[in-house]
Design a binder for this molecule. Structure first.
Ligand SMILES: Nc1ncnc2c1ncn2[C@@H]1O[C@H](COP(=O)(O)OP(=O)(O)OP(=O)(O)O)[C@@H](O)[C@H]1O
Length: 813
């Protein structure tokens, strides 16, 4: 059955308002325990006095009749045991009231006093009073009917009512009515029904029969038989007795009738501890059902996290270094003398004329031309006359460059979303975009980004801010001397200006050893390292593998934390942690972003080979959600360095000037980077559009100043320690388990056997392995009996003559 929830609610509401009303009334008229006892005692004695006074009145009512109405006359003496009071009250109730039936009234008063005195629930009294007064009325009418000549039996009420009934119903009618009422009473109060009566008669018949049978049996068996016949009867009698007892027993339970359901005061206070028994009066079988009301669970007024936040405020990750001061803007140098970009009007005119004339030579008319002056490049937007094919202009790129006698001309045909053709011409005098100008720009200052980076300025001189957290990894390439290192410094500087040491950590890999050394000063503020590493900045390529694998462990741990916190990314996780919804005792901690910067990635691939590719690929694929971001820079953007796997996971790419169109394609999937002019001129893509930017310039002294400023402040006791990674060099000597063999073991064995030369460097070259791993494989080969023992400077002896023998050997293992 469906119930409308709103109506249910309304009912509930109504119910609660009425209960509160009655409750308040009850509270107002409720008695204290002492008052109850005193009142109870009073009623007890009153009831008893009434009872005795009534008895006495029945005996002497005639002689006391003269006293009635003369209560003020103290000389008159009453025979009643309770004197004038007894006479008056008896006269009122017995004579003028209900006759002999008034005894009920005395009993009810006595009972009420008794209940009050003992503190028993008054609930049951209601039905006593109801049935008692009904019975009293009926009895007085019966007595009025039977003893018309004796007025004391029925009282005035009984006499008058009998008179009234007889006038209208006659003698028989009154008799029938009185009989009917007595039957109704028996059905309701005593549960006497026709089938019960039938059963009783049957049972009695049976009993009589058995009695008769018993009499007719032999005298020898008499005593036994009597016992056996008596036994069931006895049981039946007990059952009957119990049955009757149950009916008569004043019920302590609350009877729930269909019409009303009321609770006593005590029950109101503890409604849930009470068992309510529903008793259906009409039911023959008299089955009682217990309904146990369940206490509604209390809602906690506030959650623990809310309480913690209320008491301690939100978790503040920056608290440990609460006095940390961000580097100031004046640490950066202002390169723009004169303030803004100087526009050389003459140069602009010249370039315009050159473009128009060159195109004219190829019979291309221009309808309109517009120039936008950027820091290093000026963009000339042309609208060609109708009917000119765009590809024609695109093919004239070199010719236009020649006539403008300038390097780095890039033609964008058409400019996406603009419907014009763009010709980018480098300015004769390039303006430096200072880091200061981009960091001070409101775009950067007001950027609501997780990891904002002020990359530089666009061709229309607007500051270009990107969010590393959204990229999520960045690939950077460019020929030597074109501005890569400056670009990396610009990225790191931006983050230093935007993020507190608690919020971001760097893992720096710098094989050139000189580019990022300055950041050593902020090791205990911003850097992360392996627990056993002496220096945070990794300059040894062989150690990179451990760091990368350690980052993979960190990544897996972070994913577990995110899973346990039921959030999808680091931002939500940290928000939840700050709101104190995650318990630090369960391993939860504030997670800073980790930015891994690898300078000279090509060098790393060359020396460490495939071993770094796997963790890099894992991190690139998975680390975005847990706040580990990769920035990889390389000089040589060849396909074996920037593999398909890496490209697929690095949608954000920056290309500085490269030497060939092929390199440009490798990085950007498009040409254009070969036409850049260098010195921080770059192309940026995050998927589709290419944006030409002038990278912000930050010089080494500036970085030094910033790192010194930060480094001189109070720091954490140590750099952020990454999880420990047990590297492969922990392998031991000759006794190596087969299951612990390197994945490339079989490939290595084949190479060694084919070449018949047992050297680790051969494996390094052929399998692109690091020295350690190759050495370990050689150890494993020795353990397998494929190569001989170490022989100093000489290569090891190969013990297996050919591939077939190798196959056999490996199969027999
Ligand atoms: N954004 C820029 N604005 C102005 N000049 C720049 C900018 N970037 C680089 N330069 C100039 O180019 C020079 C070389 O830059 P950088 O050292 O960054 O090159 P690189 O690509 O890192 O070279 P390498 O790969 O050999 O280290 C700088 O010393 C500086 O003079």
């Amino acid at each position: 059955m469906h119930t409308n929830p709103s109506s249910l609610m309304a009912q509930k509401k109504k119910k609660t308002t009425t209960t509160t009303k009655t409750k308040s009334l009850r509270e107002r008229f409720s008695l204290s325990k002492k008052q109850r006892v005193i009142l109870g005692l009073f009623l007890l004695f009153l009831g008893l006095a009434m009872l005795l006074a009534f008895v006495s009145f029945l005996l002497d009512w005639k002689s006391d009749q003269s006293i009635v109405g003369h209560i003020e006359n103290r000389d008159l003496e009453a025979k009643n045991w309770f004197s004038k009071f007894g006479v008056e009250i008896s006269h009122f109730f017995v004579y003028q009231g209900f006759g002999v039936a008034s005894f009920y009234l005395a009993v009810l008063t006595f009972l009420t006093g008794f209940y009050l005195f003992l503190g028993i629930s008054l609930q049951k009294l209601k039905s006593f009073w109801f049935w008692g007064t009904s019975m009293m009325l009926w009895l007085s009418v019966v007595f009025g009917f039977l003893g018309e000549e004796n007025p004391i039996l029925g009282g005035v009420v009984g006499y008058e009512m009998n008179d009234f009934l007889q006038d209208y119903l006659g003698f028989a009618g009154t008799l029938f009515l009185l009989l009917f009422l007595v039957i109704v009473y028996m059905i309701i109060r005593l549960n006497v029904t026709p089938d019960k009566l039938g059963n009783y008669i049957k049972r009695t018949k049976k009993e009589i029969k058995t009695d008769l049978n018993t009499v007719s049996t032999t005298t020898n068996a008499e005593s036994e038989n009597v016992q056996t016949s008596e036994k069931p009867t006895e049981e039946e009698l007990i059952a009957e007795f119990l049955n009757v007892k149950e009916e008569e027993k004043p019920q302590e339970e609350i009877t729930l009738n269909a019409k009303e359901s009321t609770f006593s005061e005590e029950q109101k206070i503890f409604p849930t501890s009470e068992k309510i028994i529903i008793k259906n009066d009409d039911d023959v079988t008299d089955v009682a059902m217990e309904v146990e009301t369940v206490k509604e669970e209390e809602e906690a007024p506030e959650t623990l996290s809310e309480k913690l936040v209320k008491d301690f405020g939100e978790f503040d990750p920056t608290l440990e270094l609460s006095n940390y001061r961000f580097p100031t803007i004046d640490l950066l140098k202002d390169y723009t003398e004169g303030g803004s970009i100087t526009i050389d009007q003459k140069e602009l005119e010249e370039n315009k004329d050159n473009i128009v004339n060159t195109l004219k030579n190829y019979k291309i008319d221009i309808a309109q031309i517009k120039a936008t002056v950027g820091p290093t490049v000026t963009l000339y937007e042309i609208v060609p006359a109708a009917g000119i094919r765009i590809s024609k202009i695109k093919n004239l790129e070199d010719d236009i460059a020649l006539s403008l006698s300038a390097l780095g001309i890039r033609i964008i045909a058409p400019i996406p979303g603009k419907g014009t053709i763009g010709i980018e011409v480098p300015n004769k005098k390039a303006n430096i975009v200072s880091m200061r100008s981009v960091v001070a720009s409101s775009k950067f200052q007001k950027a609501e980004m997780e990891l904002p980076i002020a990359m530089g300025k666009t061709i229309s001189n607007e500051t270009y801010v990107i969010d590393l957290a959204k990229m999520p990894h960045l690939l950077m390439a460019g020929a030597t001397g074109q501005g890569k290192s400056v670009g990396l410094n610009a990225i790191l500087t931006s983050l230093l200006y935007a993020k507190h040491p608690a919020e971001v950590k760097f893992v720096l890999v710098d094989p050139k050893k000189v580019e990022l050394t300055l950041f050593n000063k902020i090791e205990r503020h911003y850097l992360a390292k392996l627990p056993d590493a002496e220096e945070a900045i990794i300059t040894d390529n062989t150690k990179v593998i451990n760091t990368l694998n350690s980052l993979c462990i960190e990544m897996d741990q972070r994913y577990d934390l995110l899973k346990n916190a039921m959030v999808r990314n680091i931002k939500e996780y940290n928000q939840k942690f700050k709101a104190r919804k995650l318990n630090p005792e369960e391993g939860h901690r504030f997670l800073p972003y980790i930015v891994l910067v690898v300078d000279e990635f090509a060098d790393l691939i060359m020396t460490a080979g495939k071993e770094v590719e796997t963790p890099i690929a894992r991190l690139a694929q998975l680390a975005r959600a847990i706040g580990i971001h990769l920035i990889i820079a390389t000089q040589r953007p060849s396909v074996n360095v920037i593999t398909g796997m890496i490209k697929a996971n690095f949608p954000a790419r920056i290309a500085f000037r490269v030497t060939s169109k092929i390199d440009s394609r490798t990085i950007l999937d498009a040409g254009g980077a070969e036409q850049l002019i260098g010195r921080g001129d770059m192309l940026y893509t995050q998927g589709n559009n290419l944006t030409r930017l002038q990278c912000a310039f930050v010089d080494t002294p500036e970085v030094e100043k910033i790192t010194e400023y930060i480094g001189s402040q109070k720091a954490y006791p140590d750099a952020l320690l990454l999880p420990e990674y047990v590297g492969e060099e922990s392998g031991t000597g000759v006794d190596i388990d087969i299951s612990e063999r390197d994945k490339l073991f079989k490939d290595a064995a084949e190479i060694i056997v084919t070449a018949q030369q047992g050297s680790a460097s051969l494996l390094q070259r052929k399998l692109k392995l690091g020295y350690n791993r190759a050495g370990r494989i050689i150890d494993q080969l020795e353990a397998a009996g494929i190569v001989g023992p170490f022989e100093g400077s000489k290569a090891r002896q190969v013990l297996v003559p050919d591939l077939i023998a190798l196959e056999e050997l490996l199969n027999n293992e």
